[in-house]
Design a protein around this ligand. Structure first.
Ligand code: HEC
Length: 255
């Protein structure tokens, strides 16, 4: 017990010491975005740009490029970049400021393994048969500024045809239904950033379709909480709600 307390105390001291010298690798928040925007783009791409021909690279080695996360981490380029930047020998025209050296050090020791993207399939909606429906996945993001790919699939309800199932905002025509029907869609966002364990995320959204001639409830975009079948979760891959409706339509009252 005595020993436990001592160890805990030492732990706090160590934590405080690490805080003071700014070397807390596990708490590092530096990602590709910061390093790319503050170091690689302004200070390295003049030469280390994969799109540049030999003449304009000013002798920078052909296989050392910092345009994307994948290129910057290819063949341990990030380790070599870290070494050269912290040593003050890159860029060749003069070393970077201490702030930027600290930044790349932070990235190298804690952040460059990347973060997963977040998927957002948008708010649930209630529409009438035959309406054009737009799903909106544009709230999805990747902290590392990697380009997102979108993939929409339907998991419940009368099947629909998307304008494109790889668009951020696909559209489709709501099917004609005889009774209230819930359609469920899963959005999968993917980034190609070199770390396959952290490159996808999913989100679910429900669209409730009412029969022709129905009147939409007063508020159709805030229905997320009013219909159990329409809950949208950030990481839903479980059982979709039952198709065919008849379940939750608590607010479909004849006007
Ligand atoms: C003005 C052009 C220029 C700029 C700007 C520049 N480099 Fe270089 N870089 C070179 C040249 C030329 C070499 C090859 C000679 C050498 O290794 O010193 C090189 C070599 C390197 C290497 C060594 C590759 C190896 O084989 O180990 C790394 C890593 C590197 N640069 C990283 C960077 C980083 C990171 C930046 C930005 C902070 C940067 N460079 C900015 C021209 C440049």
């Amino acid at each position: 017990m005595q020993q436990g307390v001592t160890m805990k105390f030492h732990g706090i001291l160590l934590f405080a010491a690490l805080m003071v010298i700014g070397q807390l690798p596990l708490l590092s928040a530096t990602g590709w975005k910061e390093v790319k925007e503050q170091i690689f783009t302004p200070h390295c791409l003049t030469c280390h740009d994969v799109n540049k021909g030999a003449a304009s690279r000013q002798s920078a080695p052909a296989n050392v490029n910092f345009n994307t996360f994948v290129l910057a981490t290819l063949s341990d380029n990030e380790d070599r970049a870290w070494l050269r930047v912290t040593a003050g020998t890159m860029p060749p025209t003069g070393g970077l400021s201490q702030t930027l050296r600290d930044l790349i050090n932070d990235w190298k020791t804690g952040g460059y393994l990347d973060s997963p993207p977040t998927a957002a399939a948008g708010a649930s909606q209630t529409v009438i048969s035959g309406n054009t429906v737009t799903l909106d996945g544009s709230g999805s993001a990747d902290v590392d500024l990697d380009t997102l790919s979108y993939g929409w699939t339907q998991t419940a309800g009368t099947s629909v045809t998307f304008s494109s199932n790889t668009a951020a905002k696909p559209t489709f025509t709501a099917p004609t239904v005889a009774t209230e029907t819930t359609l469920t869609f899963i959005l999968t966002v993917t980034v190609s950033d070199g770390d396959s364990s952290l490159n996808t995320a999913t989100s679910t959204v429900a669209v409730t379709v009412l029969p022709p001639g129905s009147t939409l409830p007063a508020s159709t975009t805030t229905s997320t909480t009013s219909s159990p079948a329409a809950s949208s979760g950030a990481t839903a891959s479980g059982a979709p709600p039952p198709a065919g409706g008849g379940g939750g339509g608590c607010w479909l009252e004849n006007p």
